[in-house]
Design a protein around this ligand. Structure first.
Ligand SMILES: *[C@@H]1O[C@H](CO)[C@@H](O)[C@H](O)[C@H]1NC(C)=O
Ligand SMILES: *[C@@H]1O[C@H](CO)[C@@H](O)[C@H](O)[C@H]1NC(C)=O
Ligand SMILES: *[C@@H]1O[C@H](CO)[C@@H](O)[C@H](O)[C@H]1NC(C)=O
Length: 494
């Protein structure tokens, strides 16, 4: 008995020595040289920016089955280290860091990279590992809906790391917003249009009007997707090529002017607006890694996309390195109907003081859009560029927060059973973000402003009824599902 005991202890001792050596080697490989360590960080932290779980793969949490995984991670790292050392002489085999498909365009990016690395920084392409997406039109089913994905694609080619896509949804009556929106955003837009039955034709006309008579940025930067239920198919659907080649007589007015909403197909058939189907289509088919899923009446502050990407490329802020998954919420405001939309934070602050601007939905649902540290945010003066102002959580006073944020397609989607009329359509996503322990990195100089006109609460019996039904659906069906799928976390609520 004792002999076996001693043998066991010896064996355990030896094993622990071996393990220690392994850990030491692992540590040496990582911290051995300061330069390559800095170079390597993107693999480590850029992914958790969006990909909720990627970070855990890199933790040397050695269980027997994971041994091989850790080993292979180590190999990748050594390869990167070598590569960085030899960087000045050769730059051929540039893949490796968790991103297989990026070998194609070494030539064009070589110069950029050299600039980036010589200053100890990385290029945007290095900072955002992603795969480009096709913009080819595709017709496909999605639950009970037919979707014309990329029905009218934007004409500009964009790399997935190159910009941020504003993703949104609408029916054609909201498309007047697209012109002020694109003029402020000046980056890709992916929009899903709900066009059942006879609403399809005016939707097509509206797209043609915008592309022909609106801003030239529309055809350059906006991709239109169209969807309708299989119970409400339009009479005919022209091909993408035919549509893209057709113009519009600009002396005719746009289809959304002098409109009688009650005459719309959607109204006559009493159809609910499937807001989250549209949200998900637009987000999933965005051409870029970073997306800003939003509602079309919310106009972002100018130069938000390039400033955001510059912040990501710089990676000089502590909150960006935390292992939690992250999104970047924006502060939202409304301005009075006779006001101009402010073009910078300085102007916004002045309007807040004068009372011509107020926090979004202050008079409808303050709890839904109240952003952590909003008072301090409003007091902080505008600075150059973009930074993380505060890291918030969707707990405590913010437990019902429906944030609008820059994120990626790794974030949870929106529940497609919820309609716009039923309200609370972003609540279950917010809840899931909370359970997954997301950090909400609030940005300092960026904001969004609703199309001018301050919303006041109006009683609407039909919406009250639908909202009651939705709350029951969320409570009885959706939340129990989410508990099975994601577990629970203290402090999170729908
Ligand atoms: C455009 O519409 C106007 C007004 O209806 C009409 O007078 C004009 O002839 C049209 N132009 C063309 C090229 O069809
Ligand atoms: C739209 O309505 C306005 C006001 O009722 C009217 O002045 C205008 O002529 C109408 N425009 C068209 C194109 O019908
Ligand atoms: C903000 O916008 C206003 C109005 O366009 C302009 O006068 C002002 O110089 C801008 N301020 C900054 C800090 O950019």
């Amino acid at each position: 008995m004792t002999m076996i005991g001693i043998a066991r202890r010896n064996w355990a001792l030896r094993l622990s020595v071996v393990l220690n050596v392994c850990v030491l080697l692992y540590v040496c490989v990582h911290f051995g040289s300061s330069g390559p360590w800095i170079e390597e960080q993107p693999a480590n932290w850029v992914s958790p920016l969006g990909e909720a779980f990627k970070g855990t793969e890199l933790t040397p949490n050695v269980s027997l089955t994971e041994g091989s995984k850790v080993g292979s991670t180590k190999e990748t790292r050594i390869a990167t280290t070598k590569e960085t050392v030899n960087e000045k002489t050769t730059k051929e085999n540039k893949s490796g860091v968790g991103d297989g498909g990026k070998n194609g365009n070494t030539n064009t990016t070589q110069k950029q990279e050299a600039i980036g690395t010589s200053s100890g920084l990385m290029t945007l392409e290095e900072a955002i590992p992603c795969n480009d997406k096709s913009t080819a039109p595709k017709t496909a089913q999605r639950g009970e809906y037919w979707v014309l994905y990329n029905y009218i694609p934007m004409s500009t080619q964009v790399k997935c790391w190159e910009s941020v896509t504003y993703t949104t949804h609408a029916d054609y009556t909201f498309l007047d917003n697209l012109i002020p929106l694109i003029e402020r955003w000046q980056a890709p837009v992916s929009i899903a249009l709900y066009a059942p039955g006879t609403d399809f034709q005016p939707t097509i006309d509206a797209i043609k009007w915008l592309r022909t008579c609106g801003s030239p940025l529309i055809s350059q930067l906006v991709t239109f997707h169209v969807f309708f239920s299989n119970k409400h198919i339009p009479k005919s659907v022209p091909s993408s090529e035919k549509l893209a080649s057709e113009g519009w007589n600009c002396s005719l007015h746009a289809p959304w002017t002098n409109l009688t909403i009650s005459k719309m197909y959607k109204s006559e058939k009493k159809l609910l607006y499937p807001v989250n189907v549209g949200r998900n289509i637009a987000r999933e088919w965005a051409p870029t890694h970073y997306v800003l899923p939003s509602d079309i009446e919310l106009y972002p502050s100018p130069e938000l996309a390039p400033k955001f990407l510059e912040m990501i490329r710089r990676r000089d802020q502590q909150p960006l390195y935390k292992p939690n998954p992250k999104v970047f919420p924006l502060s939202l405001f409304e301005v009075s109907a006779d006001s101009q939309v402010p073009t910078n934070k300085t102007q916004l602050i002045r309007m807040l003081k004068a009372g011509t601007a107020i926090p979004f939905h202050k008079k409808v649902c303050a709890g839904c859009h109240n952003v952590p540290r909003s008072k301090e945010w409003q007091e902080a003066r505008e600075t150059e560029g973009l930074h993380v102002f505060h890291v918030g959580k969707r707990t405590g006073a913010f437990v019902h927060w429906e944030p609008i944020f820059i994120g990626t397609n790794n974030d949870p989607l929106y529940d497609e059973r919820l309609s716009w009329e039923g309200k609370s359509d972003k609540m279950t996503q917010g809840y899931t973000l909370c359970v997954l322990d997301y950090d909400f990195l609030i940005l300092d100089n960026a904001f969004m402003v609703h199309k001018p006109g301050i919303k006041v609460y109006k009683k609407d019996a039909v919406r009250e009824m639908l909202s009651g039904k939705t709350n029951a659906l969320i409570k009885k069906i959706i939340v129990p599902e989410l508990k099975v799928l994601y577990g629970t976390r203290k402090g999170c609520a729908v």
